[in-house]
Design a protein around this ligand. Sequence first.
Ligand code: UGA
Length: 504
Amino acid sequence: MTQPGPGPETGVAGDGGAGDRGAGDRARAMSGRPRLTVFGTGYLGTAHAACLASLGFEVLGVDVDAARVSALQAGTLPFYEPGLEPLLRAGLRSGRLSFTTSYPAAAEFGDVHFICVGTPQRPGSGGADLSQFEACFAGLAPLLRRPCLVVGKSTVPPGTVVAYSQRLPATAPAGPGAELAWNPEFLREGHAVDDTLRPDRIVAGVWSDRAGVTLRAVYAEPLAAGVPFLVTDPATAEMVKVAANAFLATKISFINAMAEVCEVTGADVLSLADALGRDRRIGADGMRPGLGFGGGCLPKDIRALASRAAELGAGEALEFLHEIDAINQRRRSRVVDLAREAAGGRLVGRRVGVLGVAFKPGSDDIRDSPALEVAARIRALGARVAVFDPAAMDRARKVHPELVYTGSVLGAARDADALLVLTEWPEFSAADPGVLAKTVARRAIVDARHALDADVWRSFGWDYHAPGRPAPGSPGALPGRAAGVRPRQAEPPAAAASFLAAAV
Ligand code: UGA
C-alpha cells in the first residue's frame, strides 16, 4: 500500500460522502451512529470500510493514492477479494460509503478514525516499517479539533500503541478529547468479508469506558449476533494480534517440521495431521502441511515480533520464531528438490508447468508467495517454467517477467516434464488427470499443497510426489496404505473435463 499523509484539501468523495455535510449530519442525528473514517485502502481498510457501510454506517475511506481512491470511488477493487466488490458498489450506491485523499475532510467527517495502513517489513531487517502509520498519525492528529476516537487496526510490534497514546492528546487540538484505542484485525485474505462481519472475536484495547462504549456501538450488529467482545488495555490488544499470527505460523511450521521427519521415516504427514487435529486441544484448522506460509502477514509479523522482543531485551523468549521461519523457508527448497526428482533428476533444459503463484487460493496477493518463489527458483536453475493462476497472473508477471504466463491449466501443463501444484486453488484439485496425462511430456506431478487425490492420479499413470508423504517404494508406502485420510477430493472427472475445456 502507498504511504498516507495529508492529502489535498479537495477530496473526491462523491454525493452523500464527505462533501454532503448537511445531509450526513441529519442522518447521523437520526441514527445516533458515529461517523467513521478508514485510513488506508488495502485489503484490510477496504474490507473494513465496505463492511461497516453495509452495517448502516456512513464511512469515508482515505488514502494518499489518488488513482486508488478514484478506482474505489468508481466501484473498482484494485485487488482480488471474493465478495468485496459487490459490497463496495452497494456502499457507494447507498451514499453511505465514499473515498477521499483529503485528511482535513476526513478529520472533519469522522467521530471514529480507523487506521488500517500497511506495516511491511523494513528492507534489510526483520523489524516493521512503521512509516505509513507514522505519516498517517502525523497527518491526522493535528487536524482533530473535536472529541473523537482514533482506533489502530494495523499490525504493529509491541510498544507502539503506548507511545502513540501519549502523543495523541499532546498533538490534537482536541487534547484529551482525542483518544487512541486498539482494535486488531484478524481477517484472512480470501475471506475478508466474512472475517470482518463474523469474526471469531472482537478485541477492544481501550484506556477509557467512553472508548469501549464507542467500539461497542460500531460493532453492535456482530455483537448482537453473539460475537465475543473482549475488552483489554491497548497494549494487550496490540499484543493479541502479533501473538495470534506467531501462533498460527508456529502451528504451520510444526506440521511441516513433522513432514520433514515423515520423509525420512516413511510416515505420511497427512494421516499424522488428521490424527493430531482430532485432539480438541490441538485442532485441525491451520495445520495443513505443504509449501508453508507466505503473504503479507505471517512472515513479516513473526520477524517484527522477534525483532522488537530482542530490542526490549526479551529476544531469548522468541528465539524459536527464527526456527519457525527457517522451517518455513526449507519447505520451499524441499519442493524445488521434489520438482527436480519429478523432472528426472535435473532441471536444466526441462519444461516445468506450475499451477498457482498466489500465496494462497482466493487471493491475487503474491507478497512473499512460496509458490512464486519456487517457480522463479526453478526457472533460475535452468528450466523453462510455464505458469497459470486464476487471479495472480498480472501481479506475478510484473515481478517475474522471465516466467511464461499461460491462459489455462492445460497451457501450463503442455509438454511439461513435471507439473507442480503450488497453490491449492479448487480449479487445480478439479483438474482431470486423464486429460492432463495426454498434454504433458512426462506424467510427473508434485502436489506441494496436498490438493490432489494421490491414488486417483497414480491410477492414471502419474508419478505422484508430495512433501511429507511416502514415495512409491519407500518404507511407508505399503500396499493399501493408510485409508480414511483423504486430502481435498477431486471433482468428478466430467466436471473437471468441462473446466479444462473452458479454460483452454
Ligand atoms: C493471516 C492470519 O490468518 C489472519 O488472522 C491475520 O489477520 C492476517 O494474517 C493478518 O495479519 O492480516 P492471511 O495471511 O490472509 O491471514 O492468510 P492465512 O490463511 O493465515 O494463510 C497464510 C499462509 O499460510 C498462506 O500462505 C497459506 O497457504 C499458509 N497456510 C495456512 C498453510 O500452509 N497451512 C495452513 O494450515 C494454513
